[in-house]
Ligand binder design. Sequence first.
Ligand code: GCV
Length: 836
Amino acid sequence: MRVSWGLLAFPAAVSAIENGINGWLRYAPLSNDQRPPNLRLPGAIMALSTNKTSPVYTAGQELQAGIKSILNQTLPLYHELDEWLGSTILVATTGQFHGVEPAATLADDGYLLRVRPGNVVIMGQTERGALYGAFDYLSRIAQGRFSDADLIANPDAPIRWVNQWDNMDGSIERGYAGASIFFRNNTIPEDLNRVSQYARLLASIGINGIVVNNVNANANLLTDANIDGLGRIADAMRPYGVQIGISLNFASPQTLGGLSTFDPLDQSVISWWVDKTNRIYRRIPDMAGYLVKANSEGQAGPLTYNRTLADGANLFAKAVQPHGGIVMFRAFVYDNHIDPADLKADRAKHAVEFFKGLDGQFLDNVVVQIKYGPIDFQVREPASPLFANIPQTNTAIELQITQEYLGQQSHLVYIAPLWKTILDFDLRADDQPSLVRDVVAGRRFSNKRGGYAGVVNVGTNTTWLGSHLAMSNLYAYGRLAWDPNQDPQALLEDWTRLTFGSDPLVLGVVTEIYMASWPAYENYTGNLGIQTLTDILYTHYGPNPASQDNNGWGQWTRVDHDGIGMDRTVSTGTGFSGQCHAEVAEKFESIETTPDDLLLWFHHVNYTHVLKSGKPVIQHFYDAHYAGAETAQTFPITWESLRNKIDTERFNDVLFRLRYQAGHSIVWRDSICQFYYNLSGIPDGTGRVGRHEYRIEAETMALKNYKLTEVNPVETASNLTAVVLVSNHTSGEATTKLNFDSGKYDVAINYFDLIGGKAHYKAFLNGKLLLEWAGDLEDKLGHTFSTKLDGHSATRVTIRDVQIQKGDVLKITGVAEGNELAPLDCIAVLPQGVID
Ligand code: GCV
C-alpha cells in the first residue's frame, strides 16, 4: 500500500509572513462562512502514479497540501487503484483510467473536471493535463467556489512558454526582481528550490515550457558541465510538466567550438550542432527545444554568410527534429543603424521585409516568434502585420510580462487589456476574419504548431517579479495563453481572490485601480500611438522624448516645431501600412479612419490637427498627461481604504509603490508637457503647463552649501533646474518662508534618487522635524536606476496633513553620500485635494 500523509515535499503553504513566495498559490484558510455548510469532500485522494517525477504524482501532493491549508482537512493520498474503495478525488490520465468517458475530445494537455458531492474526477489527456485539472479544482476551492462542475478544458494553443532573459553571471536583462534563480557566477547553482517553486506557479496557469537563458545568449551554456546543470534545472521542473528550452548563440561553433566558421550550411558547423544537440538530449530527453535571436542588435546570424534566416532556423530544426524538439526563431530582426534622415526608412517594416519572402521555407518544427507590435513592447502599437504575412509558417506571439517599457514594476500597469487588444486584432487576411489569436493558435492558416512566449524575468526577490502587484500580469498571461477569449477583468478578479482573499471591498478596490492602470500609464507616458516616450538610449524607464529621434534605433516620433508622428502611409510615408492586408491597410492609410489611439503611429500631423474628439493634438497631449497623472494620484488613496483588510506587509509594500508611482507620474506629466510646449510654443489652453502656483523651486530657496546644477533632459526638473551639494563630503540646507494662507497642506518634496550613494534628508517646519528619509529607493524598487539627474531618478516624497501658519519656515537639510549629492528640485505646498 502506498499511502502518504505527509506534506513534506510541498512548498510552504500560507507563509507566516506574506512575502509573496507562493504567489497566487497561497491556499489561505477559508473562514467558516466561506464554506458551504453541507460541504462533502471525498474521503481520499487517488493520484494514479507512483513515479515521483510525474505531474500526476505532483497533483496528488498539491491537492493534499492545498486542501489541508484551505479547509484544514487532511485527506489520505493513494497512488494505486486497489488501495481505497471509498469516495475519492481521482487524478489520472485518460490512458490510465477508463472509468469516465469525456463528453468532448480532450486535446493535448486538456483535462476533464467533474465535481460532485463526495466525488471528484480529474482526468488529463496527458499527465500535465491532469495536473492542470488539479490546479483548476484547487483554485475553485481557494476562491470559495464549491459548486458542482462538469467541464472539459482544452488549451487554445500547444506552445505556452515563458522566456527568461537570464545571463550566466546571474544578472537578468530587463529583470527588476534581483538576481537569477537559474544562474550564478557563470554556472548553475546546486540549490534549485526556487526553480521548482517557479515551475509550480507556471504549471498552475498552464505554462508548459520555459527558455531559461537570455536570447542574447552565452555560448558557454553549452559546455558539458553546464549541460549537466541544465539537466538539473529540467529535473527540478519536470514534476510540474514544465519542459525547458535554451537560447542559442548562433556563433557558438566558432566561439565555443573553435571552428573557423558558423556558416549554417557548412558541414562542420552542422555536425557541431548535431553533436551538441545529441549530448543535450542525452541529459534532457524531454527538452522542449531552442530559441534563437539571430542578426538582431549585434547578435550573430546566418546573414553574415549570406544565408537566409530560414537556413539558420532549419539548421537547428534538423538537429532537434529526431528528438521531437522545436525551434522558436525570433522575428525581432532589424537594423539598428538606420538613417534617420531617410524619410522612407522604418524599423517597423523590417520584420515583414526579412521574413515574408521566406514563407514556406521553414521546416515543420520551426515556429517564428513575433513580438506583438512591429517596434518593441510599447505602451500602444498596432499588431505586427507579420502574423498575416507568413501563412505557411508556424507563428507564436511574444508578449512581455517584465515591464521594460511599462514602468519596470515600479509603476502598476495591468497589461492583460493591452495584450487583449492585440490578440483580438483582426488582420483581415484575404478579407477574411483573421484574429491574431486564431493565427497563433494555428487555426487561421491551418498550421500545426504555434502559441505564446511571454518574457517574464522572475528573480530571487520573494515576490518573484519585484512587486506583489506585478504578479497579476504573469497570472493573466498564462490564463490568456490557455484561453485568449477570457476577459482580463475576470482573470484579475480570480487573481485577486487568490492573492488577497474574497472580501468584496478588496476585490472592488483592486479592480478599480488595476483596470485604470494601463490607460493612465498610456496617458502620462505617451498617448495617440506615439509610443512610450521614455529614454530609449538608456534605461527605458523615465521620460526622455528627445531620445527617440535622430539616432539609428528607429523608434522615431519625427517631432519638430510644427508637428509630430511617423508618416507610415504608402502614399506619402514609409509604406508600412501597405504591409497590412487590404482592409487594414486602407483603414490606417487615411487619417480619417485611423483611430486616435494610433494616429501618431501612422501619421505625421501638425500640433493643431483636430482629433475626432474635437481637440487639437497638442491640447489632447496636455490633457491626457494631466488626466493620467491625476488618475495615478488616486491609486494610493484608493488603496488606503484597504488598511486592515490586507496583511500589513503587503498593504504597506503596495502603498509605498503606489505613492512612488503617483509622484513619478507627475515627473512624467511635467517633463512631457514641458518638452512639447518648448518645441511647439503652443500654450496649454487651460494654463497648467509650466505654471506651478503651489511650488517653491529649490533654486529660489536660501541655500547653504548647495549650488545649481544641470539636469538632462532639462524638462525633468521643475523650472528646468535643480540644486546639489557643493561636494560629496558635505551637508547643506535649503530654506524658505511659506507665504500660504494658514491651513492644512500636503508638502511634497521633489528630489533625485540616484544609484551610487544614499544621501540623507530631513525636512523641518519651524525647526521641528517633519520627516527624515534617505535616497535609498534603489534598495526598495527594482527598476533600472540611473547615475544621473534625469527622468529615471527624479522622484517625490509627500508629507501629508501638515498644519502650516502663514510665515512658517520650511527647511530641508541634505547630507551627501557617495555620488549622491542630496539633489533637490522643488517643494510643493498643496492644499487638501490639490494636485500641483
Ligand atoms: C534581450 C529590446 C530590449 C533588449 C532585448 C531585445 C530583444 O531591445 O531592450 O533588452 O534583448 O529587445 O527582445 O531581443
